[in-house]
Design a protein around this ligand. Structure first.
Ligand code: 6GU
Length: 231
C-alpha cells in the first residue's frame, strides 16, 4: 500500500490530472509511494440537475455550497478509505506553513482534501471535517489549487518521494529561514562573479558563510520568520 494517500473531493477532478502526471509527485504516484484519487462531487448533487449550491439565507450575492452533497461525498470516501484526515480548504482556515505541512505528512493513512467552490460553504459543513486550512491571504475561486499546494508540499516529505533526501536534511537545518544564495556555472555571468569562498574548497568556511547569508537575507526580507518560534 502507498505510504500516503491523497483524496480530493472536487467539482473539477480534471484539474488534478496534468499537474500530477509530471515531476516529483508524478513519479512517486507511478512508483506507488503515494496515491492520488479524486472524488467527483457532482454525482452527489441534488435533483435532476445535481445541484450542489444555492442562494444564501438572509440574502446577498453569490452562491453557497449546500451541506448535503458534501456530507454524502465525505461519507462515501470515508467508508471506502477509513481513517483519512479530513481537511476543508477555505480562506477562513488556519494558515498553511511548513510546520503544518509536516503535521499533515504524519496523518496516516492520508488526507481527504475537500475543495470548496463558489463564494462559500454552508457553515454546517464545518462539522464534517477535522481541520480547515487556507494557503494564504488572497482570494482563489475555489479550493482546488489550494489542495494541489498541500499535495505538493506534503508529498515531498513522504520518504522516497524526493530524489535526494539530503535536500530535506538541509532544509530542516535551515528551517525557519530563507535559503542562502546558490550559484552554479558559469563562474562569471554578465560581469557577476560567484563568491570566491564557494570556490575555495573550505567546507567549514562555506557552511558558516551560507548560514550567515541565510540569516542576513531572512532579516532583510522576512524578519517575521526570525522572531517566530520554530515549532
Ligand atoms: Cl483554501 N480557498 C480559497 N477559495 N481561497 C483561498 C484559499 C483557499 N487559501 C487562500 N485563498
Amino acid at each position: 500500500m502507498a505510504l500516503m494517500e491523497f483524496h480530493v473531493i472536487t467539482l473539477f477532478p480534471e484539474m488534478f490530472e496534468s499537474p500530477f502526471r509530471v515531476g516529483m509527485v508524478g513519479r512517486a504516484i507511478e512508483q506507488g509511494i503515494i496515491a492520488l484519487k479524486t472524488h467527483a462531487l457532482r454525482p452527489y448533487g441534488l435533483g435532476a440537475y445535481k445541484q450542489v449550491d444555492d442562494a444564501p439565507y438572509g440574502g446577498g450575492s453569490g452562491m453557497v455550497m449546500r451541506p448535503e452533497p458534501l456530507a454524502a461525498a465525505i461519507d462515501a470516501a470515508m467508508e471506502a478509505h477509513p481513517g483519512l484526515w479530513r481537511v476543508l480548504l477555505t480562506p477562513q482556515g488556519e494558515l498553511l506553513d511548513q510546520p503544518k505541512v509536516r503535521e499533515l505528512s504524519e496523518r496516516k493513512p492520508g488526507l481527504l482534501l475537500i475543495a470548496g467552490r463558489y463564494e462559500g460553504v454552508d457553515e454546517r459543513a464545518r462539522a464534517m471535517v477535522d481541520q480547515e486550512i487556507s494557503i494564504g491571504d488572497y482570494v482563489l475561486s475555489g479550493g482546488e489549487i489550494a489542495a494541489m499546494v498541500i499535495i505538493e508540499a506534503v508529498a515531498r516529505l513522504v520518504p522516497g518521494v524526493l530524489g535526494n533526501p539530503e535536500s530535506l536534511a538541509e532544509e530542516s537545518f535551515s528551517a525557519g529561514m530563507l535559503e542562502y544564495p546558490q550559484y552554479t556555472r558559469p563562474e562569471v555571468f554578465r560581469g557577476m562573479k560567484v563568491p570566491d569562498i564557494l570556490l575555495s574548497g573550505d567546507h567549514q568556511k562555506i557552511r558558516a558563510w551560507r548560514e550567515a547569508e541565510a540569516r542576513k537575507r531572512t532579516a532583510e526580507r522576512r524578519p517575521d520568520l526570525l522572531v517566530r518560534p520554530k515549532r
